[in-house]
Ligand binder design. Structure first.
Ligand code: PMP
Length: 417
């Protein structure tokens, strides 16, 4: 099935072994067999450096930020604000106060839907999303549209799982107040032409939010080059901890938008008559933030930078194409999503089997994949399927693991047919 060119060189293999040793969980045995972790789109594993810095924070300088004059609080605040600058550099934001810490992509999108909606959306207006959005880039807009009497418009896709850009242009009219699209589909792996989307929307003065939950760990993102208005992503999908994420927003929008939540930190003055609000980014960071997680995220970014996004992308592209070739050798297998530009997720169905049954058989072989609708129910309706089996890759996966996946799926076909 595979030729010599597909076999990675010894040097590259040594690198992979070193990389894999950075992630303690990858040495885990499941049912007595080495774990094959192919559920990276759901969450990625964490390198030792991230685990270490979070442990150190609690052991050595656990303290609340921005509030204390004492040594520990100053140290925690410094680490927290260094993290903000690290995120700023990672996405090339113009100002550090354009980086808002949230608890993840979901909260970042809810923040924009709620706050932007209150300020800029009225009855009769509309928001554009796409047919391949994750529920967290659908439901917040539905809630906001319902509240404000606006409507949701959807960019359709073709059978390969690519956006129909001509149809997108048709949807851009004077009622549209914002376009919200995913950079990479978590289900199909499609990489969308976000720069083109942004340019087309901006030509009509419409701002764009990009859901980068499945892009930030695979593709270098420069928010100034993209000229994107809002960018949302989660720490746990980029080798960082859970419960931390980022909303990048252009200063001009964030300054005009009202606070999302009220509480400590986000205020300048409070009286029973009226409160005034803090400057950016604190206006959108009410309450004690997730200090440990923010510091962990910063170290995850250091890890990505040290590994190199170019290397990560190249390795993942090799793995995806190797996996697609291997999976395509199974006659009963049908790929769901065959976009030309794709990142690390591969969805498929085998014969008439239910994805859940395939997932269970793979699990017994210590292969962790995801089955179901992947929080993209409308997309499943379009393909008229109940769900898919999804294998999603990270640069620490190997060709040997892909071979195990292919072998495992073949076994599932035999057992289930
Ligand atoms: N958008 C996409 C494309 C995703 O894949 C996910 C997570 N699966 C989310 C949004 C939501 O991310 P979180 O649950 O970390 O908020």
């Amino acid at each position: 099935m595979f030729n010599d060119n597909d076999i990675i060189t010894k040097a590259a293999k040594l690198d992979i072994e070193k990389i894999r040793s950075d992630f303690p969980i990858l040495q885990t045995l499941v049912y007595g067999q080495p774990l094959v972790y192919l559920d990276n789109a759901a969450t990625t594993q964490k390198p030792k450096s991230v685990l270490k810095v979070m442990d150190e924070y609690y052991k050595e300088y656990n303290s609340n930020v921005h509030r204390g004059v004492h040594y520990l609080s100053q140290k925690a605040t410094d680490a927290f604000e260094v993290a903000r600058r690290n995120v700023q550099a990672y996405i090339n934001a113009k100002h550090e106060h354009e980086v808002i810490f949230t608890k993840g992509t979901t909260e970042s999108i809810n923040l924009v839907a709620s706050s932007f909606g209150k300020r800029f959306v009225k009855a009769g207006d509309s928001i554009i999303i796409s047919a391949m959005e994750h529920h967290s880039n659908i439901v917040p807009w539905q809630l906001m549209c319902e509240e404000r009497g606006a409507t949701l418009k959807v960019i359709p896709i073709n059978q390969k799982g690519e956006l129909l850009m001509d149809e997108f242009e048709q949807l851009l009219d004077e009622t549209v107040k914002l376009v919200a699209v995913t950079f990479v589909s978590n289900t199909l792996g499609t990489v969308n032409p976000v720069k083109e989307i942004i340019d087309k929307a901006h030509a009509q003065n419409i701002p764009v939010l990009v859901d980068a939950a499945q892009a930030i760990q695979h593709i270098g993102i420069d928010v100034q080059y993209l000229d994107v208005d809002f960018l949302a992503f989660s720490g746990h999908k980029m080798y960082g901890p859970t419960a931390v994420g980022v909303l990048y927003g252009k200063e001009k929008w964030l300054n005009e938008m009202p606070p999302y939540q009220g509480g400590g930190e986000m205020i300048k003055t409070v009286s029973f008559k009226k409160s005034t609000y803090n400057v950016l980014p604190f206006k959108f960071e009410a309450g004690t933030p997730n200090v440990t997680e923010v510091i962990g995220l910063s170290v995850a970014i250091d890890y990505i930078n040290a590994t190199g996004l170019d290397y990560i992308r190249e390795r993942e592209q090799q793995l995806i194409h190797y996996a697609i070739d291997g999976l395509k050798s199974i006659a009963e297998l049908r790929l769901i999503g065959e976009a030309k530009e794709r990142a690390a997720s591969i969805s498929f169905l085998v014969g008439n089997t239910h994805p859940f049954d395939v997932g269970e058989i793979l699990d017994k072989q210590a292969i962790a994949v995801r089955t179901g609708h992947h929080c993209t129910e409308p997309l499943m309706d379009i393909f008229k399927i109940p769900g898919t089996v999804r294998a999603s890759f990270a640069f620490y996966n190997t060709e040997e693991e892909v071979d195990k996946l292919v072998k495992g799926v073949k076994k599932a076909v035999t057992l289930l047919s």
